[in-house]
Design a protein around this ligand. Structure first.
Ligand code: TRP
Length: 332
């Protein structure tokens, strides 16, 4: 049976890009795969996190997953630090992966910036922990965005090297599941950069906790160009802001961008933005209501994570025992 593993970081406000780009796709995978959805608190601390904020974000992200329709009874929802096997396997992979491989990771270069000497060792080894997340369960498929493709390649390299070094076929070679172009949500202020929690402008993103008025206002103020909307998808070329807003409309309404062009072609942005705001509020409000309800009940969210952690540990334990034996660790 194919098995899905995916992770989301509990850092800061979740936004529309997280929802349309990742969470919503996870919801759809639940019918076809056994899934593990992991809130990766261990990855989060590769950059310093305020402890109270980390705990709050872990609950908030979990609430968003549940509110969006992830079924924690049928699948596994947990936070990474509950399963010690992630750290144990990451150590083994620290000894499998080569410095040169990690030196090529573009995300490290971006995140470390100019001051590499001051980046945490954890930030450098981040992709090894990600490989451990996936391979601890022998997951076969990993839904990721474009920005994580390189890390997944590394996961495949680690799996292959481990299998070679120890002359075994312990690990499957995982396949990425990359979702369609319409799910790449860009900033509302600049259609060429990704919607991001680290953008200093709040106007650049719609968060999962924005109320209806805020959502409408942000969409009304979103950057556009002076032309009317195009009536074909080809007309979106070179018009990043129009492409972004029409892409968001398509994703929220479950249609193709071409259909959105056919529907709104020739109209002015002002009219379209009104429709887009109504649609966004209609689609997000029920999820946001449920999120608020869950966040008011942290005991319940913690219980869901604890139950998920227990299920994850039960899956990981026999696999980790097999790995340890293969490496030559003595049995405890
Ligand atoms: N690195 C991923 C991100 O920032 C999160 C992540 C951690 C992940 N472990 C994973 C994603 C395993 C997929 C599989 O988006």
């Amino acid at each position: 049976m194919s098995k899905i593993f995916s992770g989301v970081q509990p850092t800061g406000d979740l936004h529309l890009g997280n929802y349309l780009g990742a969470i919503r796709n996870w919801v759809r995978l639940q019918d076809d795969f056994d899934c593990l959805f992991c809130v990766v608190d261990m990855h989060a601390i590769t950059n310093w996190q305020d402890p109270a904020a980390l705990a709050a974000s872990t609950r908030e992200v979990t609430a968003a997953l549940l509110a969006s329709g992830i079924d924690a009874e049928r699948h596994i929802v947990f936070n990474q630090s509950q399963v010690p096997g992630h750290a144990e396997l990451a150590w083994i992979f620290n000894c499998v992966a080569r410095m040169g491989w990690l030196n090529r990771m573009t995300q490290f270069k971006e995140k470390a910036g100019k001051n590499r000497e001051n980046a945490s060792v954890g930030l450098f080894a981040y992709p090894n922990l990600m490989a451990a997340d996936i391979l601890l369960y022998k997951a076969t498929h990993v839904p990721v965005g474009e920005d994580q493709k390189q890390h997944l390649e590394l996961t495949r390299d680690i799996a292959q090297k481990f299998n070679n070094d120890f002359k075994c076929d312990m690990f499957p070679i995982v396949e990425p599941l990359i979702f369609g172009a319409a799910t790449r949500v860009m900033s509302l202020r600049d259609g060429t950069s990704k919607m991001s929690k680290s953008d200093p402008s709040e106007q650049s993103r719609i968060t999962m906790t924005d109320d209806a008025d805020t959502i409408a206002k942000k969409i009304r103020k979103a950057k556009t160009d002076p032309e009317a909307l195009p009536d074909t998808q080809k007309g979106l070329e070179g018009r990043a802001e129009a492409a972004n807003l029409m892409g968001i409309y398509a994703a929220l309404s479950d249609t193709e961008v071409a259909d959105v062009c056919a529907k709104f072609g020739g109209q002015q942005f002002s009219a379209f933005k009104q429709d887009l705001a109504d649609l966004a509020v209609a689609k997000l409000a029920p999820i946001q209501d449920e999120m608020r309800r869950l966040m008011a009940d942290p005991g319940h969210v913690d219980a869901v994570l604890a139950a998920g952690g227990q299920k994850a540990r039960a899956l990981a334990e026999p696999i980790l025992a097999e790995i340890k034996q293969t490496v030559g660790y003595l049995k405890p």
